[in-house]
Design a binder for this molecule. Structure first.
Ligand code: GLY
Length: 319
C-alpha cells in the first residue's frame, strides 16, 4: 500500500479545458470528505455524458467507418492499481467501466468486445453513441475530403481498403493528428492525500478502426502515485505511448524536478522525436502544485479546491 503525501494538502481537483464546467461535481465530493477516486470518476463521467463534447464519450467523433470507439483509464495513486478499456463502441461511460476493471477484475486493460462483455456483466447499459452532430459531421467531412469514392461510400470495407491504398494513410493521419483529437484529463487529491488520475477520449477523428491511443495505456496517458503526484496527457497518443510520458513526468518529479520542470521536460522529449503531432500534459504533485505544458499552444487548465467558488483558469508553458 502506498501512503499519502507526508504533508496534508487542501483537497483539490484540476482538469483540461473540457472539464471546466464539471469540476464542481468533483469538488463537491471532495468537500464532503469523499475520495479522489470518486471525484475523478464523477467529473470525467459528466464530460462523457455531454453530447456537445465531440471528443469524449457520448457524441464523440467516429473512426474511419463512422463508429465512435472510446478509450479511458483511471489510476489510484494509493495502491498503484489501475483499470482501462479501449475501443468500446456501445457504452457511454468508459471511465466507470475502467474503474470496474480496476476494482472487480484481476486485469488492467480490456478491449473491444471483451470490454463490452465485461461492462454488460457489471450492469452497464448499452447505448448508441451517435448523435445528429457526429453523424452529420462525419458524412460532411468524408464527402468533402474523399468525393472520388462515389458509390463506394456505402460499401464500408471497400471504402476503407480504397482509402488506405489511395490516400497514403500515414501522411493523411499525420495531418489529422495536429488538430482532430481531444481528451479529458482530471487529477484530484483528497483529504487523506490520495491522488487519482482519470483520462477519457473518443481518440483521433477518422482513426483506423481498432486504433488505441494513449488514454487507456497506463504510463503513457495516465499515471498516479501518492508518493509523487499524478500526470495525464492529451494529443497524439502514438508519441506519448512511445515515451511513456505520464510515467516519465512522475519519474522526473521523483528525481527532484518541480512539477513545472517535469511537464516541460516531458514535452521536450516529445519535440525531440521530431514527429508531427501536438501533445499536452497536465500534472499535480502531492503538495498540490499543478502545471501543464504543450508543444501546440499555451495550455490552459482549470483548478478548484474545497474553498473555491468557481474554477480558476491556470496557464502552463508552450515548449
Ligand atoms: N490522446 C488521445 C489519443 O491519442 O487518442
Amino acid at each position: 500500500m502506498i501512503k499519502g503525501g507526508i504533508m496534508r494538502v487542501k483537497p483539490m481537483i484540476i482538469g483540461t479545458r473540457n472539464a471546466r464546467e464539471m469540476l464542481h461535481i468533483g469538488v463537491e465530493i471532495l468537500r464532503d470528505g469523499g475520495s479522489a477516486l470518486d471525484a475523478v470518476e464523477a467529473t470525467v463521467r459528466a464530460v462523457e455524458d455531454n453530447p456537445l463534447d465531440f471528443t469524449v464519450g457520448y457524441g464523440g467523433l467516429p473512426n474511419l467507418l463512422g463508429e465512435t470507439e472510446l478509450d479511458a483509464s483511471i489510476m489510484d495513486g494509493r495502491t498503484l492499481r489501475a483499470g482501462a478499456v479501449a475501443a468500446v463502441k456501445h457504452f457511454k461511460n468508459p471511465i466507470s467501466i475502467a474503474r470496474k476493471v480496476m476494482e472487480e477484475s484481476p486485469h488492467v486493460l480490456l478491449v473491444g468486445e471483451g470490454a463490452e462483455l465485461f461492462a454488460e456483466s457489471m450492469g452497464f447499459k448499452r447505448c448508441d453513441l451517435r448523435t445528429d452532430h457526429n453523424r452529420k459531421f462525419y458524412e460532411a467531412f468524408v464527402k468533402d475530403k474523399i468525393p472520388e469514392l462515389g458509390d463506394e461510400f456505402a460499401r464500408w470495407r471497400n471504402y476503407l481498403m480504397e482509402y488506405i491504398r489511395n490516400y497514403r494513410l500515414r501522411e493523411w493521419y499525420e495531418r489529422l493528428s495536429m488538430e482532430h483529437h481531444g481528451t479529458v484529463n482530471v487529477i484530484a487529491i483528497d483529504s487523506r492525500g490520495d491522488i487519482c488520475t482519470g483520462v477519457s477520449t473518443s481518440g483521433l477523428f477518422l482513426k483506423l478502426p481498432g486504433r488505441v491511443g494513449d488514454s487507456p495505456i497506463i504510463g503513457a496517458g495516465n499515471y498516479a502515485d501518492n508518493r509523487v503526484g499524478g500526470a495525464a496527457c492529451t494529443g497524439r497518443g502514438e508519441l506519448t505511448i512511445r515515451l511513456s510520458t505520464a510515467r516519465s513526468i512522475i519519474a522526473y518529479m521523483k528525481a527532484g524536478m518541480s512539477v513545472a520542470e517535469a511537464c516541460m521536460q516531458a514535452i521536450r522529449d516529445v519535440n525531440a522525436l521530431e514527429e508531427t503531432g501536438g501533445v499536452s500534459c497536465l500534472a499535480m504533485d502531492n503538495r498540490g502544485n499543478t502545471y501543464a505544458a504543450s508543444n501546440r499552444r499555451t495550455p490552459i487548465y482549470y483548478y478548484m479546491d474545497v474553498d473555491s467558488e468557481a474554477p480558476e483558469e491556470r496557464k502552463g508553458s508552450l515548449v
